[in-house]
Design a protein around this ligand. Structure first.
Ligand SMILES: Cc1ncc(COP(=O)(O)O)c(C=O)c1O
Ligand SMILES: Nc1ccccc1C(=O)C[C@H](N)C(=O)O
Length: 432
């Protein structure tokens, strides 16, 4: 599409957007009574208006049924997760039996590594991206130590070439091939939190398998953002949080994916708990753990009903949007528009004040653009917030802006760039 740098053009795109009405399903934070242009779905998605009634419903169940709520009423808590599984499966491209809502993200990363990182003296290394989200780094390092290895020997980080912010797929594949028989696990983010780079998940998975390794992904920044086909891509396991692009609230419940080819593998270790026990037998309270079939068998503690209700509210909006296909179509346009407009801001300033480190290619990014501001980066970020544009800041110099197709408009994107230009002119003197 040929974009234009004017508000009327942005408004005309909004009029043609079949998903534009969905923003009415969300609550926008305000500053001095004026709603923010919210571009921070990469960190915390907005609250669906329906969230409160989904939670209210569970509070009523608790009020009216108390302990009987587990088994009685319209939607007994014992089975509530099943209502979410089909919806979640659509978000990540899996069978419903391959996904389950449970716990929180880093906890699930640990639990899945218990099953899928099984180092041997010969094959004990983990390949990951350099600059992964710190929680993933800490989780992986601690798992390696738990098995008696030194992270310095066991973790191979693939980094960008000579100062490049993003990774080249060929370098990732070469690192996997070069370390072949020593790799136990390839564990990548789907999209890197800092750069917004969407890795070539099918190619990484294929290379990992060719090397004889298990392949897993942390999809915190990918689930609900980009189209995923976890089953078809033959990924072994994955987990994600629901509070970013899936709008399930701060600390929202996480989701896991385990490929069905692993369901019959009785050699997999798990850190078991009663909620992973065979559902029909669970309340017999017998000795000797027997896992429920599918991803549900990785559950540990009893269902988190309220976080699940919040996730449910948001997943129903995804369902009404037709899931990821239509959202991705809009997302590509929205983010491409922001990409174009940032270039226009640079043009108007006469120098490259803003450098986008997120790949431009559609297949290598989601909604997020990570932008380095050359001069006065932090002041510019604060001025954006003061001007009602809410993105976020990641040290040392990156402003992340993520137009989210569920609740952002083309006009939001236009106004963001327009305010970036005004602010830049105000803050940066010609000498600089
Ligand atoms: C890639 C990634 N991993 C892990 C986390 C941490 O998740 P949690 O605090 O829910 O465990 C986040 C976000 O906070 C993330 O973006
Ligand atoms: N869970 C949070 C709690 C507090 C503050 C930020 C987060 C984030 O999710 C940050 C996000 N993962 C990021 O990509 O920076």
């Amino acid at each position: 599409m040929i974009f234009e740098n004017n508000q009327a053009f942005a408004q005309s795109l909004d009029r043609q957007d079949p998903l534009h009405h969905l923003r009415d399903e969300f609550l926008f934070p305000k500053q001095h009574g004026v709603p923010f242009i919210y571009l921070c779905g990469n960190s915390l998605g907005l609250q669906p208006k329906a969230a409160r009634s989904y939670v209210d419903q569970q509070l009523s169940n608790w009020e009216n049924l108390a302990v009987e709520g587990w088994f009685e009423g319209e939607n007994p808590w014992m089975y509530y997760h099943k209502e979410l599984k089909g919806l979640m499966a659509n978000i990540v491209g899996a069978g419903p039996q391959e996904v389950c809502p449970m716990n929180t993200l880093t906890v699930n990363l640990h639990l899945l590594m218990v099953s899928f990182y099984r180092p041997t003296a010969k094959r004990f290394k983990i390949i990951m991206e350099a600059g992964a989200f710190p929680s993933d780094q800490y989780a992986i390092e601690s798992q390696v130590r738990f098995h008696g290895y030194d992270p310095k020997d066991a973790i191979i980080e693939v980094a960008g070439r000579n100062g490049e912010s993003t990774l080249r797929t060929e370098d990732i594949l070469a690192a996997i091939a070069d370390n072949g028989e020593q790799i136990a696990l390839v564990l990548f983010g789907g999209i890197n939190y800092f750069t917004g780079q969407w890795f070539d998940m099918p190619a990484i998975t294929e290379a990992g398998h060719r090397a004889g390794a298990v392949v897993g992904f942390d999809l915190a920044h990918a689930a609900g953002n980009v189209p995923l086909q976890l089953h078809e891509w033959d990924i072994d396991f994955a987990c994600w949080c629901s509070y970013k692009y899936q709008n399930a609230g701060p600390g929202g419940i996480s989701g896991i994916f385990v490929h069905e080819k692993h369901f019959s593998d009785t050699s997999l270790h798990r850190f078991a708990g009663w909620w992973g026990y065979q559902e029909q037998q669970r309340f017999k309270m017998e000795k000797g753990f027997m896992a429920e079939a599918g991803a549900d068998g990785w559950q540990v503690s009893c269902t988190q009903v309220v976080p699940m209700a919040l996730y449910h509210a948001s997943l129903k909006i995804f369902e009404s949007a037709g899931f990821i296909g239509p959202l991705r179509e809009k997302s590509l346009q929205l983010t491409a528009y922001l990409y174009y407009l940032v270039g226009e801001v640079n043009k108007a300033l006469g120098f490259e004040q803003y450098k986008i480190i997120t790949p431009a290619a559609e297949g290598e990014r989601g909604a997020q653009l990570s932008i380095i501001a050359r001069y006065k980066a932090k002041e510019i970020f604060h001025a954006l917030v003061a001007n009602n544009i809410l993105g976020d800041w990641r040290e040392p110099n990156v402003i992340r802006l993520s137009p989210v197709p569920l609740y952002n408009s083309f006009e939001d994107v236009f106004l963001t760039a327009a305010r970036m230009l005004t602010i830049s002119k105000e803050l940066i003197t010609p000498k600089q």
